[in-house]
Design a protein. Structure first.
Length: 276
C-alpha cells in the first residue's frame, strides 16, 4: 500500500490551551486538509441571537451585540448532542438546538461598574463563557481574567437575553475553536520551498536537525525530496479542549470523505445504468 494510506501521529505536547503533534507518512495535501478543517469546520457553540431589553450605557446596541457574539463558550460534551438550528423542527429555539443566556446588571454605586462575562448566566451549565470555566479550575484566577463587555456609571443598566447556537468557523469567526493552527514540514529548508536572502539571519526552527551546528543554517538541497513529516501546533481559544479539536476535526474530515465516496459511487452506478 502507498505510504499516504498509513499515516501516524506522535503527541509531543499537550496543555490546557495548546497541543503539538507530529504527523508522519502522509502527503502535504492531507496535512493541509487537516489544518483547514481545524480552523473552519469543527463545530462549537456561540451566541447568534440577542435581544437587548435595556441599555443605558454609552455603547450602542450593535456594538454590545458584536462583543457578546465573540465571547467563546465552552462546548465540550454538549456540541455533539445539539442540532444545527437549520436542521431542527422547532419554530425559534429549543433545548435541542440552542442554549439560553441572560444578563441583568445595574450600577447603583458611585463608582464604575464593570460588566463582564462573570455576569452572564446560562440555562445550561455545560455552555458558559470560557472565563467562568477557568474561574472554577484555576487557583490564581482574578477579576482581570473576565472579559469586559461594558462599563456602567450610577443609574445605568444593561439587560439582555441571548441564545447560543451550534456552528463552525466557515460561517463566522465567532465559531472558530482555534486562534491559530500551524504546521512545519521542512525545518532546515532542504526542499528550498523558501528562499532566504541571508540564511544566517533566519532563526532556526525548534525542530531543526542543525541546532548543534552553529556554522550551518540550511540542510543540503534535496531536489527530489517530498514532505512526509509535519509538525503541528494548535492553539485553542477555550471552547474545546485541544485534544477534542483534533479528534473532532478528524471526524469531520472522515465524514466529508465518506460523503464524497458515496456520491462518486452513486454517479458511477448512474453512468453504468445509462450505458446499459
Amino acid at each position: 500500500m502507498p505510504y499516504a494510506n498509513q499515516p501516524t501521529i506522535q503527541l509531543t505536547e499537550l496543555t490546557q490551551d495548546n497541543i503539538k503533534f507530529i504527523l508522519e507518512d502522509t502527503d502535504l495535501s492531507t496535512a493541509n486538509s487537516l489544518r483547514r478543517v481545524f480552523i473552519a469546520e469543527v463545530p462549537t457553540m456561540a451566541i447568534d441571537w440577542i435581544q437587548i431589553e435595556e441599555n443605558s450605557s454609552v455603547l450602542h446596541d450593535e456594538f454590545i451585540s458584536h462583543r457578546i457574539g465573540l465571547i467563546p463558550l465552552t462546548s465540550d460534551n454538549v456540541v455533539d448532542q445539539l442540532k444545527y438550528s437549520r436542521d431542527c423542527d422547532c419554530i425559534d429555539f429549543c433545548e435541542s438546538c440552542a442554549v439560553e443566556l441572560v444578563l441583568n446588571v445595574k450600577c447603583t454605586g458611585d463608582g464604575t461598574r464593570q460588566v463582564t462575562t462573570r455576569d452572564i448566566l446560562s440555562r445550561n451549565t455545560k455552555v458558559v463563557p470560557v472565563t467562568s470555566k477557568d474561574r472554577e479550575m484555576a487557583d490564581d484566577y482574578s477579576d482581570q481574567h473576565d472579559i469586559l463587555i461594558a462599563k456602567l456609571r450610577k443609574g445605568q443598566s444593561l439587560k439582555f437575553k441571548a441564545f447560543a447556537k451550534k456552528g463552525f468557523g466557515k460561517e463566522h469567526a465567532k465559531w472558530q475553536c482555534v486562534s491559530s493552527v500551524a504546521f512545519e514540514y521542512d525545518p532546515d529548508n532542504a526542499l528550498r520551498h523558501t528562499t532566504y536572502p541571508k540564511p544566517e539571519e533566519w532563526p532556526k526552527s525548534e525542530h531543526s536537525n542543525l541546532i548543534d551546528e552553529e556554522d550551518k543554517f540550511e540542510a543540503e538541497y534535496e531536489p527530489h525530496g517530498k514532505p512526509n513529516k509535519f509538525f503541528f501546533n494548535i492553539e485553542a481559544v477555550g471552547s474545546l479542549k485541544p485534544e477534542n479539536i483534533v479528534l473532532n476535526g478528524l471526524a469531520v474530515l472522515k465524514k466529508k470523505l465518506a460523503n464524497l465516496q458515496y456520491q462518486a459511487f452513486q454517479e458511477l452506478n448512474q453512468d453504468n445504468l445509462t450505458l446499459q
